[in-house]
Ligand binder design. Structure first.
Ligand code: 5GP
Ligand code: ZN
Length: 113
């Protein structure tokens, strides 16, 4: 499968990773929308939230805990940040490997959608 985020996770595109553990990786978005814009992905290929199974409950928790870790590393834990997961066509998901956007370092727009 030709998946750009799998390539980043597998270090086929080196020097990208901010964080790696057994389950998840984090790296900077190539087109940041705020001073800090990090993507957190599962190391195994999962298309989207919709593709998670009950066996992935632990992985889902690891992804959320990685958000907290990235916020601490990016020094935005106390100032606050936004967490977004785009899913499917209406969600404008462009990369079909589940990823959590962690966005901060400046006040967000109030509106969603
Ligand atoms: P989506 O709309 O799927 O939630 O967002 C995909 C995100 O991945 C976009 O914000 C885009 O800038 C980012 N992105 C796409 N290709 C690459 C890449 O090759 N490297 C990195 N670091 N980010 C990428
Ligand atoms: Zn992938």
């Amino acid at each position: 499968m030709d998946c750009i985020f799998c390539k980043i996770v597998n270090d086929e595109i080196p020097g990208q990773l901010l964080l790696r553990d057994e389950y998840v990786c984090a790296f900077r978005d190539i087109n940041p929308v705020a001073p800090s814009h990090v993507l957190i992905v599962p190391n195994k290929h999962v298309d989207s939230i919709d593709s998670l199974s009950t066996e992935d409950a632990g992985l889902a928790g690891k992804l959320l805990l990685a958000v907290k870790e990235i916020a601490r590393m990016e020094n935005i834990a106390s100032s606050g940040y936004r967490v977004i997961v785009n899913n499917g066509v209406d969600g404008h998901q462009e990369v079909q490997h589940l990823h959590i956007h962690v966005i901060g370092g400046a006040p967000m727009q109030h509106q969603l959608g």
